[in-house]
Design a protein around this ligand. Structure first.
Ligand code: GCO
Ligand code: MG
Length: 412
């Protein structure tokens, strides 16, 4: 099975997606997701100019060799652009191999270790009534685990909160589909850690009182706290028994997690901005986290993320793969096949894509009673309608950023 051609498709139904299509001499098409939110065209250039020419004529079955060739051969290692580009090639080759074998991809990764993947959705609101309504809507949609993001009194725009929470259901408009994100410049938000640290425990107390002790609840602090603030938050949330606290502090400095860990038993999830096993080396070895947040899309594909998760498994650390809507249906399918096969699956983040996205990507996954399954079509189970993709040209879009009250740029 020889790679005959490869092309990069950029499309923007609801939001921007970058997809690599690899076509073989026997007429199969493999897909890989290369979407890097807000920096999409950097990966497009990397793939088109520097990777696609190297793929032509290669053996499509040689996945490990191709991975090592692209990683080591570039000399310049790691980083989100490089690792997203390598991931797209890797996933496309796994898709091809599984199609050639006539099996769903998870069979090639060892077969199913479970019947489905517990998924969590994103509830949010500016105040308690909005949050309760959003949680109820997610429960109605079948979710059995829910992330809760809350407005903070005195702050006007915050990560993870839909501007109009009444339309922010799983199938409606969401915070990350806000029109402000499709603009020439990033939107500005505000932040104050002291107000947040005072307010958030009151939200989780109210949510637990309303929804009872059994519903798994998650929260994302989105890298905004110092290690000592993160320790304080973890401790103050202990009575509400979170499934996890995510990105409680920026983790480029892996040692920072030691301090957090010394003070709290709230489980910690880290890694949506990481892209290699080296980013996890210390926090896994010292058991400073409980869940690995990496996406297949940003972590060198199935070949590399599987390696990270096998390393994590030695320390009883589980997967919690990144799955917001900026992971395309192709990237989500890859995550579902990997999650179904590995032993140390934890939970899968899942936000439904918008309706236009479903006109471009045909998908085979199911979401039933809060559980995802990638389906049983050969390969990933996703096809890309190139003509439909062409109807939605790339649109400039940025993630927001934020400033403290005195104007200082803060972690977003
Ligand atoms: C999450 C994430 C996302 C990211 C986004 C960046 O937990 O799902 O924090 O909301 O901010 O994917 O592109
Ligand atoms: Mg996150």
């Amino acid at each position: 099975m020889v790679i005959e051609s490869a092309e990069v498709v950029v499309t923007s139904p609801d939001r921007n997606f970058v997809t690599l299509r690899v076509i073989t001499d026997d007429g199969l098409t493999g897909l890989g997701d290369a979407t890097l939110n807000g920096r999409e065209l950097a990966v497009v250039g990397y793939l088109r100019e520097h990777v696609v020419p190297l793929l032509l004529g290669r053996d499509a079955h040689a996945i490990e060799d191709t991975w090592q060739f692209l990683y080591r051969g570039a000399y310049w290692r790691r980083g989100p652009v490089t690792m997203a580009a390598i991931a797209a090639v890797d996933v496309a080759l796994w898709d091809l191999k599984a199609q050639a074998a006539g099996m769903p991809l998870y069979q090639l990764l060892g077969g199913a270790s479970r019947s489905g993947l517990l998924a969590y959705g994103h509830a949010s609101g500016r105040d308690l009534p909005e949050i309760f309504e959003s949680i109820r809507r997610h429960l109605d949609e079948g979710y059995r685990a829910i992330r809760v993001q809350a407005g903070v009194p005195g702050l006007t725009a915050i990560y993870g909160i839909a501007s109009n929470a009444t339309t922010a259901g799983n199938s409606g408009k969401r915070y990350d589909h806000e029109p402000a994100q499709r603009a020439a410049l990033p939107a500005e938000e505000d932040w104050d850690s002291a107000s947040y640290l005072r307010h958030l425990p009151t939200v989780f107390e109210a949510v637990r009182n309303e929804f009872g002790p059994e519903l798994p609840l998650l929260h994302d602090a989105h890298h905004r706290l110092t290690p000592i603030q993160a320790a304080k938050l973890g401790k103050s949330l202990e009575p509400y028994d979170l499934f996890w606290l995510e990105d409680c502090t920026p983790a480029e400095n892996q040692e920072a997690l030691r301090l957090v860990r010394r003070h709290t038993t709230t489980p910690l999830a880290i890694g949506e901005v990481f892209n290699t096993v080296w980013d996890y080396q210390q926090i896994i070895r010292e058991q400073l986290i409980d869940y690995v947040r990496s996406a297949v899309t940003h972590t060198g594909g199935i070949t590399h993320l599987k390696r990270v998760l096998e390393y994590a498994a030695q320390y009883q650390i589980k997967s919690g793969m990144h799955g917001p809507t900026d992971i395309s249906p192709v990237g989500m399918a890859a995550a579902m096949h990997l999650g179904l096969a590995i032993h140390n699956f934890g939970i899968q983040e899942y936000m439904k894509h918008g309706e236009l996205t479903d006109t471009v990507f045909r998908q085979s996954f199911t979401f039933t009673n809060g559980m995802l399954h990638p389906g049983d079509q050969p390969g990933l189970g996703v096809t890309l309608d190139v003509d439909a993709a062409g109807k939605f040209p790339y649109q400039t879009a940025y993630l927001p950023f934020n400033r403290l009250r005195d104007g200082t740029v803060h972690d977003w």
